[in-house]
Design a protein around this ligand. Structure first.
Ligand SMILES: NC(=O)c1ccc[n+]([C@@H]2O[C@H](COP(=O)([O-])OP(=O)(O)OC[C@H]3O[C@@H](n4cnc5c(N)ncnc54)[C@H](O)[C@@H]3O)[C@@H](O)[C@H]2O)c1
Length: 263
C-alpha cells in the first residue's frame, strides 16, 4: 500500500522542477495526480511519464492566476478521479533582480500575482473542493525567502512571506470550520531546478554581475550542508505533509534548506 493510496492530488507548476518531482513522488505513493501548468507540452509529458510508470495522472493547461482555470482544474480532478484530497500550490516564478527604487509597479504586480494571488486561489478552490470529499491537505510552496530577506528580491520576499501567513490563516479557518483539512507551508533553500539554473545563468548577486559557475559556488556556500538541494528532497517533504503521517500538523512551516536559515 502506498502512503497516498486512494487519494487524489492536484499539483500546480508540475511541468518542471519541484512540481514535476512532487507529482511523480505523490503518484509513486498511490495518489492519482492532476498535473497543471502553463507549459502544456512539458506538463503533458510529466503526466504521460507517471501513466507509463503505472500511475494515474491527467494534465490540464492552467494559469494559476486565473480563477476560472482553477475551477476547471479542480473539476477535472472530480470528473476524472472522483475526488480531490491534496492541493500543492507550487507554481511560481523568480523575480528580476532589481532594487525597490528601480522596480516597476507592473513587474511587482506580475510577481505578486503568480507567487501569491495564485496561492490564495489555490487555497480557495482547494478548501471548497476538498471539504466535499472528506478532507485532506493543502501544501503551499513558500521559500527561505518567505522567512528571511534578500536585497533586490522585494517582490519575491513579499509574496513568499505572504504565502507563509496566508497558510496560517487558511489552517485556522479550516480548523475553526471543522473541516478536516490541514494547511502547511514548505520553505526550500536553493534547489537545482530550471528556475535556479536561470538565476545562475543571469549571474546577478547582490547588485553584482558574476559568472554562472561563480554564482553556483556562492549559492552553495550559503547552505551549511555544502550543496544545493534537489527537487526530490522537496517532493519528499510535500509527500510527508500530504500523508496521514502529518496528521497533527497544520499551520506549520517546514524548512528544507540545508541549514541556510540556521546561521
Ligand atoms: N528552486 C528553488 O531554489 C526554490 C526555492 C524556494 C522556493 N521555490 C519555489 O518552488 C516553486 C517551484 O520552483 P521551481 O524551482 O521548481 O521552478 P521551475 O521554474 O523549475 O518550475 C516552475 C513551474 O511553474 C510553472 N509556472 C510558471 N508560471 C505559471 C503560471 N502562471 N501558472 C501555472 N504554472 C506556472 C512553470 O511553467 C514551471 O513549469 C516556486 O513557487 C518557487 O518559488 C523554489
Amino acid at each position: 500500500m502506498g502512503r497516498l493510496q486512494g487519494k487524489v492530488a492536484l499539483v500546480t507548476g508540475a511541468a518542471k522542477g519541484i512540481g514535476a518531482a512532487t507529482a511523480k513522488r505523490l503518484a509513486e505513493e498511490g495518489a492519482s495526480v492532476v498535473c497543471t501548468d502553463v507549459d502544456a507540452d512539458a506538463g503533458q509529458a510529466v503526466a504521460d511519464e507517471i501513466a507509463n510508470a503505472g500511475g494515474a495522472a491527467a494534465f490540464i493547461a492552467h494559469d494559476v492566476t486565473d480563477e476560472a482555470q482553477w475551477e476547471a482544474a479542480v473539476k477535472l480532478a472530480e470528473d476524472k478521479f472522483g475526488a480531490l484530497h491534496i492541493v500543492v500550490n507550487n507554481a511560481g516564478i523568480a523575480p528580476d533582480s532589481t532594487s525597490i527604487e528601480e522596480k516597476t509597479l507592473e513587474s511587482w504586480r506580475h510577481v505578486l500575482a503568480i507567487d501569491l494571488d495564485s496561492v490564495f486561489l489555490g487555497c480557495k478552490w482547494g478548501i471548497r473542493t476538498i471539504k466535499k470529499h472528506g478532507g485532506g491537505s493543502i501544501i503551499n510552496i513558500s521559500s527561505i525567502l518567505g522567512l528571511v530577506g534578500q536585497p533586490n528580491a522585494s517582490d519575491y520576499n513579499a509574496a513568499k512571506g505572504g504565502v507563509r501567513l496566508l497558510t496560517k490563516s487558511a489552517a485556522l479557518e479550516c480548523a475553526e470550520a471543522g473541516y478536516d483539512i490541514r494547511v502547511n507551508s514548505v520553505h526550500p533553500g536553493y534547489i537545482d531546478t530550471p528556475l535556479v539554473q536561470d538565476v545562475m545563468a543571469k549571474g546577478e548577486m547582490g547588485g553584482q554581475q558574476v559568472g554562472a559557475n561563480e554564482m553556483r559556488e556562492l549559492l552553495t556556500m550559503l547552505h551549511p550542508i555544502g550543496r544545493l538541494g534537489i527537487a526530490k528532497e522537496i517532493a519528499n517533504a510535500v509527500l510527508f505533509l500530504a500523508s496521514d503521517e502529518a496528521s497533527f500538523m497544520t499551520g506549520s512551516e517546514m524548512v528544507v534548506d540545508g541549514g541556510y536559515t540556521s546561521r
